[in-house]
Design a protein around this ligand. Structure first.
Ligand code: AHM
Ligand code: MG
Length: 341
């Protein structure tokens, strides 16, 4: 059978995971089930997002302010509720943590518990929702620590290198799932006519060096000299291209990251004088993206340390982030350390 026909017959995520169970013991039946629960949640969210332009009551703010001090949008709240509801009932989780909620989210006592913990950002880039711009869901999965009670924060305060899986759903011109269980990065596209995510991008590799830099340059007046030097480098004739990179910034990390994963490039959210640790959360944003980047041949640092080596001190800890093509991240990190120009 030709590859073209095989592709049109489709490989679902379950089939793909079952195939990798032989090569990769972490991909157990329980784990496959967990990913399928996430997929159902993402399909429901994708459905709502697709309808959002038609049903005005799905857009706009709820009037609430979340734990991050940000205004909660109706779709943010919907996405958060869908994942919490599904995850709590999966029987696969010991506890959960969401960007939208301050503390650990417990699995109620009357429901079965499992051996994993999950941290997720239900709708990343949600300030873009009302303008029909791509947004995403990010997830990061760890095995629970044996002997540590489920409701305690210790199960979550880990190094990113301990993740057993990470991924994102991108609600864009099509809905995609990109995930890793530590044996490469694979992309699936939701085929709406079949209602399944089908393997569309096996073994994604990120170019070693890119052509794109992504950063909110409006913050440049708050940056220190080194941060400015990093961005100046990508805008100079000193790059491997002999000319400046191109600038692309959506303000939706999943979409910015995904584009750079496909084409090569670097996404940056550095610290600045107003936000010394930047904006992004270590556990639900930086660590999962770092795991995916590394598994695709890329890299991620906070300008000094490898993101996956940083042990979180609190659930909503923030970190500066430089993530993307390996040589671009190495260059940015060297400049942040005062070398490399
Ligand atoms: P969110 O999780 O509240 O949506 O915040 C994270 C988002 C990222 O998706 C995006 O890259 C960044 O915030 C944009 O921030 P800014 O508007 O400061 O550039
Ligand atoms: Mg976010």
């Amino acid at each position: 059978m030709s590859d073209a026909i095989k592709y049109r017959m489709g490989t679902t995520i379950t089939e793909h995971l079952l195939q990798s169970e032989d090569e990769f013991p972490a991909a157990t039946g329980q784990f496959t089930q967990l990913l399928n629960e996430l997929i159902t949640g993402a399909k429901l969210i994708s459905r709502e997002i697709n309808k959002a332009g038609l049903l005005a009551d799905l857009l706009g703010l709820t009037g609430e302010i979340n734990v991050q001090g940000e205004k909660v949008r109706k779709l943010d709240e919907f996405a958060d509720h869908v994942f919490i509801w599904r995850m709590q009932r999966s029987g696969l989780l010991c506890a959960l943590s969401s960007e939208e909620n301050e503390g650990v989210i417990r699995v109620p006592d009357n429901l079965p518990r499992g051996n994993y913990v999950i941290i997720f950002d239900p709708l990343d880039g949600s300030s873009n929702i009302d303008a029909n711009v791509s947004i995403g869901t990010i997830f990061s999965i760890y095995r629970r620590i044996e002997g540590v009670p489920c409701g305690t924060v210790e199960n979550f305060l880990r190094r990113g290198s301990e993740q057993v899986a990470a991924g994102y759903f991108l609600y864009g011109s099509s809905t995609m799932l990109v995930y890793t269980v530590g044996n490469g990065v694979h992309g699936f596209t939701l085929d709406p006519s079949v209602g399944e995510f089908l393997l569309s991008h096996p073994h994604i590799r990120m170019p070693e060096q890119g052509k794109i830099y992504s950063v909110n340059e409006a913050n440049s007046m708050y940056w220190d000299e080194r941060t400015r030097a990093v961005i100046d480098y990508f805008k100079s004739g000193r790059t491997h291209l002999g000319k400046p990179y191109t600038s692309r910034y959506i303000g939706s990390m999943v979409a910015d990251f995904h584009r750079n994963l496909m084409y090569g490039g670097i996404y940056m959210y550095p610290g600045d004088s107003g936000k010394p640790s930047g904006k992004l959360r270590l556990l639900c944003e930086a660590a999962p993206m770092a795991f995916i980047a590394e598994q695709a041949g890329g890299a991620a640092t906070d300008g000094r340390r490898r993101i996956l080596d940083i042990k979180a001190g609190s659930l909503h800890e923030r970190t500066p982030l430089f993530v993307g093509s390996r040589q671009d991240v190495e260059k940015a990190t060297a400049i942040m350390q005062g070398h490399g120009l």
